[in-house]
Design a protein around this ligand. Structure first.
Ligand SMILES: NC(=O)c1ccc[n+]([C@@H]2O[C@H](COP(=O)([O-])OP(=O)(O)OC[C@H]3O[C@@H](n4cnc5c(N)ncnc54)[C@H](OP(=O)(O)O)[C@@H]3O)[C@@H](O)[C@H]2O)c1
Length: 290
């Protein structure tokens, strides 16, 4: 896809990966960016950075779970700014908890933002792209959309669902000349990661690296863009030696404990367990199995 002269709408653009994608597209000379998230102040700051790079920026402070509001805003955007060529569905939330301790409001929020919010916005924009017979849609899933992680049941479920949704749309919308792509970042250094302390042993990537991988993937026409060597390794391991991945996940994830126990024990355990210790534990487990 040629970026120059195009208009893109990016959700989750106030920070993290969405912000990095916006800046990367501006760097490449995209004509206009429409930045969507709830935090207006943060959006204003991102818009200033983008305008300084010579790209037009419009901000939309919007909660994607508010279906009617989203409907109205999309109609206004199309009227005011014309065609949107690229939609990047990046907004997302993640809560980590033992499944047995999970809280329904958090589960509902993950489903509403990650899945239903994305579904609604995509349907509104895809209809308009279809009438123009062109467009690109990027849905941000995760490595956890391929390899489900313990303590992340709902989040993983939404990210698996995004991959299924993306694959179905890719086939269905091809006749309208609409490309549908999935982006699968691994652990990335953003606000979201800071809340996921249990997976600190994975080496996080930067949001800028993820944004660059997206651009390269789009240029290469990749339908699914796995980001980083760790993701490739995990997916290959899942295909070739699923038992090995099971072991690694068992070691990487602490046992599910009661909420109070888990925060107390993890605070004690995590700083003491170096990566090397984990490799040793992995070795022990591996030997005891074989
Ligand atoms: N960080 C990782 O390790 C990682 C790994 C794989 C995949 N991902 C995926 O990458 C995407 C971006 O994550 P991130 O790491 O950049 O997270 P982040 O820094 O926490 O940013 C999340 C973004 O989503 C927006 N958002 C959340 N709820 C929203 C709502 N109801 N309506 C509108 N916008 C909302 C936030 O903006 P406001 O708060 O201003 O609304 C923010 O811009 C997510 O889909 C995530 O699942 C992240």
């Amino acid at each position: 896809m040629k970026i120059q002269g195009k208009v893109a709408l990016i959700t989750g653009a106030s920070r993290g990966i969405g912000r990095a994608i916006a800046l990367e597209l501006a760097q490449l000379g995209i004509k206009r960016l429409i930045l969507v998230a709830r935090d207006r102040q943060k959006l204003v700051e991102v818009a200033k950075e983008i305008e300084a790079m010579g790209t037009e920026a419009a901000i939309v402070a919007l909660d994607l779970t508010q279906t009617i509001e989203v409907n109205i805003v999309v109609a206004q955007l199309w009227r005011n700014y014309g065609q949107i060529h690229l939609l990047v569905n990046c907004a997302g939330v993640a809560y980590q908890s033992s499944f047995l301790q999970s809280k329904m409001p958090q589960v509902q929020e993950e489903l509403s933002v990650n899945l239903l919010g994305m579904y609604n916005l995509t349907s509104l924009i895809a209809r308009r792209m279809a009438s123009q017979r062109q467009g690109t849609i990027v849905n941000v899933s995760s490595l956890m959309g391929k390899v489900a992680a313990p303590t992340m049941a709902t989040y993983s479920a939404t990210k698996f669902a995004i991959l299924g949704f993306t694959e179905a749309l890719r086939r269905e919308l091809a006749e309208y000349n609409i490309r549908v792509i999935a982006l699968l970042p691994t652990l990335t250094d953003t606000d979201m990661m800071r809340d996921l302390k249990l997976f600190r042993w994975v080496i996080p990537m930067t949001p800028q690296e993820v944004a660059k991988a997206l651009v390269t993937g789009m240029q290469n026409d990749s339908p699914e863009i796995l980001v980083g060597w760790q993701s490739h390794l995990a997916v290959w391991c899942q295909r070739l030696a699923p038992w090995l991945l099971e072991l690694i996940l068992r070691i990487a994830t602490p046992p599910t404990l009661t909420k109070q126990q888990s925060s107390q024990k993890l605070n004690k355990l995590i700083p003491k367990l170096s990566f090397l210790t984990k490799i040793h534990r992995f070795g022990d487990l591996f030997l005891s199995r074989t």
